[in-house]
Design a protein around this ligand. Structure first.
Ligand SMILES: [Zn+2]
Length: 504
């Protein structure tokens, strides 16, 4: 009797496992398959099973299997966003349209050297409440520096302080961080020297990690900043990535070919140097970057910033807590309303917030369009958004579709397979993610099905919270998370840890 019961249970378990397989599997038929390598597409079918890509080719449905007729739409690896701030608010909003409508399946946090909460806490919270998309993170230098130096950060760190930062980074690396991220244009990292960055980068390098950086200057001291990151690559022996590469100063416009030449030379010297880039002529950050010396009392510095870096008409206020009515207006408009010179207006605004008056954020539309195209065509630049959930900058909602709409279809800057490569396999390589970024049997089933002829961003600088269209479906780890403009109930996102530190 006992034997019979046991056999019966085994039988039931077996049947359930079989049903589980069929219910867990998807057959996507009649797709134009872009595998992420940059090669020409093939027409065919793809089967997902147990979260992985099981087969590709001409496939027949299995009994009980769910079938999706792609009707000739483009099927590609899910897009990977190597520089994202969509992690902020992801716990409360785990399936954001800002992300999913773009076809993004993995976001990377810690970039600019900052996270909202410590990396290990972020991982634990995410695993307790997963999102629809995967999350990876770099160890955030600015956080470490704040923890160690507190308010006394306007100086180089002592050897003992660097040791503590190294230990903090080492612990995050153990937990699966991809490497070290810095944002050296911001406090407190602004006051670090190259030696501090190299010392930390060596810790990441030793553990198989990488270095990604919002470099020290994207305008006045751009070339020094470029040399600094190349030095870090060489001295620490680490792959480096330039975050959201741009020339944000009219005086530098047109110099992208010169920058690319320097990057190619570094690569020819054996250094692993890559970059990411977003498809907009405007950045968004704190107005503090306009004064790299932080000489807030020096009127001449403001005058210089508003003539050489960004004109008052190109600066849009996106957050200003001391006076929210400024939001959406340019600095020129606000100065006119208040009846003061734009230089004095900027001085007043910056001094108010610096004195604790509240937070601020501006968009500066001073990135040269020609340079965007040159950087985008560099074979080692991947696409990023630098955006957040319901961002006041359109990139949060539109970066990836905009590359297709504008830089593939409208301008012909990239071919479609190359644009996809820059959102998938190139990105996975430069992050060190071994099981993503390609459509290949056995790899994770992160997929995006989209209409290459119509995929479009709708977010603009004046109306940023408009979601992209043209993505029909998104799968993450084999589960459908986005369908016809709506998130599903599935939350299959995982923490993507550095190779060798994965938790099974
Ligand atoms: Zn940045």
């Amino acid at each position: 009797m006992l034997k019979k019961i046991v056999l019966g249970i085994l039988f039931l378990v077996g049947v359930q496992a079989d049903l589980g397989n069929a219910a867990d599997s998807w057959l996507i038929r009649n797709a134009v398959i872009y595998d992420g390598t940059g090669g020409e597409p093939i027409n065919g079918d793809l089967r997902i099973s147990k979260g992985l890509i099981e087969a590709m080719g001409n496939l027949r449905p299995m009994p009980g299997e769910r079938v999706w007729d792609a009707q000739g739409l483009a099927l590609a690896p899910g897009f990977i966003d190597p520089h994202s701030h969509h992690d902020m608010g992801l716990l409360e909003n785990p399936a954001p349209a800002s992300v999913l409508a773009q076809g993004i399946t993995t976001i990377v946090s810690g970039v600019d050297g900052m996270t909202e909460v410590p990396v290990r806490q972020m991982f634990a919270e995410f695993e307790a409440h997963p999102a629809a998309v995967n999350l990876a993170a770099f160890g955030p230098h600015n956080n470490y520096r704040s923890m160690v130096m507190k308010d006394d950060f306007r100086r180089t760190a002592t050897a003992a302080e660097v040791e503590v930062m190294k230990a903090l980074l080492g612990a995050d690396m153990e937990a699966g961080a991809l490497g070290l991220a810095t944002g050296v244009e911001y406090e407190p990292a602004l006051y670090s020297d190259t030696a501090e960055l190299v010392a930390l980068a060596r810790v990441a390098a030793k553990m198989g990690g990488r270095y990604t950086s919002h470099i020290r200057s994207e305008d006045i001291k751009f070339y020094e900043a470029l040399e600094e990151i190349i030095t870090i690559a060489r001295d620490a022996g680490i792959p480096v990535n330039i975050s959201h590469m741009k020339l944000a100063m009219a005086a530098l416009w047109g110099q992208a070919p010169k920058v690319v030449e320097r990057l190619n030379q570094a690569r020819a010297d054996g250094l692993d140097v890559t970059a990411d880039i977003y498809p907009y002529d405007g950045w968004q950050t704190t107005m503090q970057v306009l004064l790299p010396e932080r000489n807030l009392e020096d009127r001449k510095a403001y005058e210089y910033a508003l003539t050489a870096i960004a004109r008052p008409s190109t600066i849009i206020i996106t957050l200003y807590e001391p006076n929210p009515s400024y939001v959406g207006k340019t600095l020129e408009e606000i100065a006119l309303e208040e009846g003061v010179d734009p230089v004095d207006m900027l001085m007043k605004m910056m001094q108010t917030t610096a004195a604790g008056g509240g937070n601020e954020m501006i968009i500066g539309r001073n990135i040269g369009e020609e340079d965007i195209r040159t950087f985008m065509q560099w074979p080692y630049s991947s696409i990023s958004s630098d955006g957040g959930i319901d961002d006041r900058h359109p990139r949060g909602q539109g970066a990836f579709p905009r590359v297709f709409a504008r830089y593939v279809r409208e301008l012909g800057v990239l071919s479609l397979p190359e644009a996809i490569r820059k959102m998938t396999s190139l990105t996975a390589q430069s992050l060190g993610l071994a099981d993503r970024g390609l459509l290949k049997e056995g790899l994770a089933a992160d997929l995006v099905l989209f209409d290459a002829a119509t995929i479009t961003d709708h977010a603009t600088f004046t109306d940023p919270i408009q979601y992209s269209t043209g993505v029909q479906a998104v799968w993450v780890n084999g589960q459908l998370v986005w369908k016809d403009g709506q998130a599903t109930e599935s939350r299959p996102g995982r923490i993507l840890r550095r190779s060798g530190t994965e938790r099974k």
